[in-house]
Write a protein that binds this ligand. Structure first.
Ligand code: 4AD
Ligand code: MG
Length: 477
C-alpha cells in the first residue's frame, strides 16, 4: 500500500482506494470525525471512524496533537467542506498528547502566546502557512539567481571586518574569561579574541561577495547575518538571513532593475505555488482588518497587494526629491510628522518611509542618491561630491526591504573615505586590492529575507516569520 500525504489525497481525484496516512490530530468530533493534518498542506483530511468497530480506550486517545496512523478507503465525502474523506479501517496511536497540558488547543491563540510556544506553533494554520511560504521563497531566490547566471557563494560568518561600519557586531571570542590576555594598560585585550585576532559575527557578506564578483562576474550569498543592535521593533532581529547579489560591470540603474525584477519574480513564484496558504492568510488578515477603525484599514487585501507589486513599476525617486515631498506634507490632516525633516542630509525615519510608500506614492519606491554622510563607506561618490549611489527599496507595510549601492571603484577616493572614517587600510588591504587590480564599476544589494516573508504573508511582526526569533527579549529556544 502506498503512503500518501494529505496534500496528495486532497489534490487528486483518487477515490475508492486503500490509503495509509500518518499525521497529527487537529480535532476529533462526535467520536467520529478526525481532522488530520500532516504538514503537507494547510487543509486537514477528514477521517471517519465507525466508533462501534473500535475499542473505546483507543478512541479516548484520539486527542488534539496526538500522532496517529490511519488506514482505510478514500471515498467521496458526504459532508460539506471536503471532496474526499477516509473511511477508517485501522487506527493506531503513535504518540499520545495529553489534552490537559497540550498548549495548542483548537481555538484562536494570540501570537504572543504562540511565540512562547515557538516549538509547537507550526501546528497552527497560520504558522504552518507562513513556514511553507518561507520554504517556497527560499527556493524561488535560488531559482531566480541560478536561472540568471549567478553563482551562489557562502561568505564567512566569523570575520574581522565591519562591512557596514555601524559597530553593531557580536564579538566572537576564544578567550578564557577567567584568565584573559591584558594589554600594556592592564585592560582585557580584545584584539586577541579569535586565536590572536579580533573577530565578530558578520553583519553582511557584501565585501567578500565583491571579491568574487570581480572574478566570477555575478554572484550571490544567502546566509545568516547578525546585528547587535538593541532595537526592539517589529522589523528588527539580532539574527536574520540576507540575500546579497553582487555584479561586476553593473551600475546603480542596473542594480535597481535587477532588484525590481528579482522581487517580482520571487513574489510571483509564491503567489503561484502557495495558493492555499495565501488564501488562508488573506482571509485571516481581512478578518483582523475588520476589527480596526475604517481609517486604519488597509485599502488592499493581501493577494491584491502581491499582485499590485508584481504588475506595476516601482517608483524611482531621489533622496532630494523625497525630502522636498516630506517637507511639504503632513501625514494626516492635523498631525505633522513626529520627527520633522527640515534639513537636507537627515536620515529618514520609518514614519517618513511609510508615508512616502503608503500615503504619497501608494506603490513600492526606490529611493536613491542619498547623502554620503548617512551611508556606508563603500558607496560610489557622485560627481556632486555630497551624495552616493545608494538605493533603498521601500515596501508598503514594511518600509525598507532592500538596501544596496553601486560600489566605489576608484582606489584614491575609497582610501580618502576610509581615512575620513578612521578605517585602517591594513584592515581592508584585500578590499583595496580589488581597486588596484582590474577595478570596474560594480553594484549589489541586500534583501532581508524575513522582511520579504512579512510582505508576502501579511504578518506584521518579524518574530512571526522566522522559526526561532533572536531579539533582545527572545532567545529562549
Ligand atoms: O541596509 P543593510 O544594512 O545593507 C547591507 O547590509 C548591505 N551590505 C547590503 C548590500 O548592499 N549587499 O541591510 C540590507 C537589508 C535591509 O534592507 C533589511 O531588509 C535587512 O537587510 N535588515 C534586517 N532585517 C531584519 N533585522 C535587522 N536587524 C535587519 N537589518 C537589516
Ligand atoms: Mg539599510
Amino acid at each position: 500500500m502506498k503512503t500518501y500525504t494529505v496534500s496528495d489525497l486532497l489534490s487528486q481525484d483518487i477515490t475508492l482506494q486503500q490509503v495509509d496516512i500518518k499525521g497529527w490530530v487537529r480535532t476529533f468530533r462526535a467520536n467520529r470525525f478526525i481532522a488530520l493534518n500532516d504538514g503537507s498542506t494547510l487543509n486537514n483530511i477528514q477521517c471517519v471512524v465507525d466508533f462501534e468497530n473500535f475499542d473505546e480506550a483507543l478512541l479516548k486517545r484520539i486527542t488534539t496533537g496526538a500522532a496517529i496512523h490511519v488506514k482505510g478507503e478514500l471515498v467521496e465525502s458526504q459532508g460539506k467542506g471536503q471532496s474526499v474523506e477516509i473511511a477508517v479501517s485501522e487506527l493506531e496511536v503513535l504518540g499520545d498528547s495529553d489534552p490537559e497540558t497540550y498548549p495548542i488547543q483548537p481555538k484562536k491563540h494570540s501570537f504572543e502566546f504562540l511565540r512562547e510556544n515557538a516549538h509547537l506553533r507550526t501546528r497552527t494554520n497560520t504558522f504552518s502557512a507562513v513556514m511553507r511560504v518561507c520554504s517556497s521563497a527560499s527556493f524561488a531566490v535560488h531559482k531566480y539567481f541560478t536561472e540568471n547566471g549567478f553563482y551562489n557563494m557562502h561568505t564567512p560568518l566569523i570575520t574581522g571586518s565591519d562591512a557596514e561600519g555601524a559597530g553593531e557586531m557580536f564579538r566572537v571570542s576564544t578567550l578564557d574569561p577567567r584568565n584573559p590576555p591584558l594589554n600594556d594598560d592592564g585592560e582585557v585585550d580584545y584584539k586577541e579574541d579569535f586565536f590572536g585576532k579580533e573577530a565578530n559575527l558578520t553583519v553582511s557578506g557584501q565585501l567578500e561577495a565583491e571579491t568574487y564578483a570581480m572574478s566570477l562576474g555575478k554572484v550571490y550569498t544567502f546566509g545568516p547575518t547578525f546585528r547587535a543592535e538593541n532595537s526592539n521593533t517589529s522589523r528588527h532581529l539580532a539574527e536574520f538571513w540576507m540575500i546579497e547579489p553582487e555584479v561586476a560591470f553593473m551600475d546603480l540603474a542596473g542594480n535597481m532593475d535587477l532588484a525590481e525584477d528579482f522581487l517580482k519574480s520571487v513574489i510571483s513564484y509564491i503567489v503561484e505555488h502557495n495558493k492555499t496558504d495565501l488564501e488562508f492568510l488573506d482571509n485571516r488578515l481581512f478578518d483582523e482588518e475588520k476589527t480596526k477603525p475604517q481609517a486604519d484599514r488597509s485599502p488592499m487585501r493581501l493577494l491584491e497587494k502581491l499582485k499590485f507589486v508584481t504588475d506595476n513599476n516601482f517608483k524611482r525617486v531621489s533622496y532630494t526629491e523625497a525630502i522636498d515631498i516630506l517637507r511639504n506634507s503632513k501625514p494626516n490632516k492635523k498631525k505633522k510628522f513626529k520627527y520633522l525633516i527640515n534639513e537636507w542630509g537627515a536620515d529618514l525615519q520609518s514614519e517618513h518611509e511609510r508615508f512616502l510608500v503608503e500615503k504619497h506614492f501608494k506603490c513600492p519606491v526606490i529611493l536613491f542618491d542619498y547623502p554620503a554622510n548617512i551611508k556606508a563607506f563603500y558607496m560610489r561618490l557622485n560627481e556632486d561630491g555630497k551624495t552616493v549611489r545608494a538605493m533603498d527599496i521601500l515596501f508598503p507595510g514594511i518600509g525598507e526591504i532592500v538596501g544596496g549601492s553601486q560600489r566605489e571603484e576608484r582606489l584614491e577616493v575609497l582610501k580618502e573615505k576610509m581615512a575620513a572614517l578612521d578605517i585602517p587600510e591594513e584592515e581592508l588591504w584585500w578590499y583595496l586590492d580589488l581597486r588596484k587590480y582590474g577595478t570596474a564599476v560594480h553594484s549589489g544589494f541586500g534583501l532581508g529575507f524575513e522582511r520579504l516573508v512579512m510582505f508576502a504573508t501579511g504578518m506584521t511582526n518579524i518574530r512571526d516569520v522566522i522559526p526561532y526569533p533572536r531579539t533582545p527579549q527572545n532567545a529562549e529556544f
